[in-house]
Design a protein around this ligand. Structure first.
Ligand SMILES: Cc1ncc(COP(=O)(O)O)c(C=O)c1O
Length: 397
């Protein structure tokens, strides 16, 4: 069967994900699903908030005329207005519906943004560890991925970034709270990053966009207020979704928001709307737009995630794992006790715990653990992680 050579190569590059997935399925078949403790998937497992169900019922009982028809490609004006009002409240910046495009999740939004801004060969910077889909998304639109390291706290290494910016750089993608590290970028760091990009742009005269991928912005702990990048850089474009904070990952609903102070924003927004259309998304799902417009102030119980963060972080540090305490999202990214992270993940598998090796995120020597799981899964995984660490401490691992 003929498929594109590039797709075949990409599928091969991403094949470790499938291998891990298949190993998990095989273990579940062999031992029974209740004996396998799977921290490898990033699925928001909480049910959506009760208000979501109420709004669905209300809409089903009194449907709006024409509510399933085509609409403007940017989305319903009333939904975009509700989103803009929310971001305005959060940031104090003068967002209006004109800076908002509704999308098929953050993943759809990122593809729309990259299509709108990239010419062939343009470079896009990502910081390792990064969400593994970024290089594929960038390639979708003819761009080239440039990987830059992070520092010991998993914050973008700005000196390394400065060295990697080139006359072909068109965008820098950031992701806070981060998948896989859970780290939230503080305002001070965003300010320095914005300052660096402003200086580079002033020198070269070429626009560099800061693309902020923020689907976990509202899964944030310890009473922290999400530090938005907009105030620190005018050319900021955010892509986000309701996948995590309303647990609607399967419904594919999110949005792009462009900094109201972004120079040339009218042309940029026209391009985003056009790309939403010609990528075949056409518009974000209508039903979900009707619902999220009325749920701006609602989220799942963030405390539920924070409690799991505390439990897993506490257990890991107690066993001597080196790990940064995350302040958002639902992942931990500990150092692999073995230099070879794949070997360590395989050792965990032998103890019926599933994790993802750090090399899948461009950062070998680590592993990603997702704590969006039921209690029994977390408890079993903690036991397994403990057993493996103790086994290694006694030289038997
Ligand atoms: C960092 C990051 N960006 C984007 C996405 C895509 O999210 P969505 O479901 O909104 O497309 C995910 C999903 O896990 C993610 O972790």
């Amino acid at each position: 069967m003929a498929i594109a050579g590039k797709v075949r190569r990409h599928m091969k590059e991403a094949s470790w994900i499938r291998r891990m997935f298949e190993a998990g399925i095989a273990l579940k078949q062999q031992y029974g699903p209740e004996k396998v403790f799977d921290l490898s998937l990033g699925n928001p497992i909480l049910e959506p908030p009760a208000r979501f169900q109420e709004e669905m019922e209300r809409l089903a009982r009194s449907p709006k005329l024409g509510m399933h028809r085509y609409m403007p490609n940017a989305g319903y004006p009333e939904t975009r207005e509700a989103v803009a009002a929310y971001i305005k409240r959060e940031t104090g910046l003068p967002f209006t519906l004109n800076e908002v495009v509704m999308t098929c999740g953050a993943g759809g939004g990122l593809n729309v943004v990259l299509k709108a801004i990239l010419d062939p060969g343009d470079e896009v910077v990502v910081f390792a560890p990064y969400f593994p889909e970024y290089p594929f998304y960038i390639d979708n639109h003819g761009g080239t991925t440039v990987t830059v390291s992070t520092d010991r706290a998993f914050l973008p290494d700005l000196a390394a970034l400065e060295r990697c910016l080139s006359p072909r750089t068109r965008a820098v993608i950031i992701n806070s709270p981060n998948n896989p590290s859970g780290v939230v970028y503080p305002s001070g760091h965003l300010k320095e990053l914005g300052g660096l990009l402003e200086r580079k742009m002033a020198q070269s005269g070429r626009t560099i966009y800061l693309v902020s991928d923020e689907p976990y912005a509202r899964l944030i702990y310890d009473g922290l207020k999400y530090p938005y990048p907009y105030p620190h850089y005018r050319h900021t474009i955010a892509a986000t979704s309701y996948s995590k904070d309303l647990s609607l990952a399967g419904e594919r609903i999110g949005y792009i928001a462009v900094n109201p102070e972004c120079p040339g924003k009218k042309e940029l927004l026209d391009a985003l709307v056009f790309c939403n259309r010609v990528l075949g998304f056409v518009n974000a799902p209508a039903l979900m737009q009707h619902l999220v417009a009325r749920l701006a102030d609602v989220t799942v119980d963030v405390g539920w995630y924070q409690e799991r963060r505390d439990r897993l972080y506490g257990a890991l540090t107690e066993e001597g794992y080196q790990v940064i305490r995350p302040q958002g999202a639902f992942y931990l990214f500990p150092r692999s006790p073995l230099e070879d992270d794949v070997a360590f993940v395989q050792e965990l598998q032998r103890n019926l715990v599933l994790a993802v090796p750090g090399q899948g995120f461009g950062t070998p020597g680590y592993l990603r653990l997702c704590y969006s799981v039921e209690d029994w899964v977390l408890d079993g995984a903690i036991d397994g992680l403990r057993k493996v660490a103790r086994g290694m401490a006694h030289g038997s691992g």
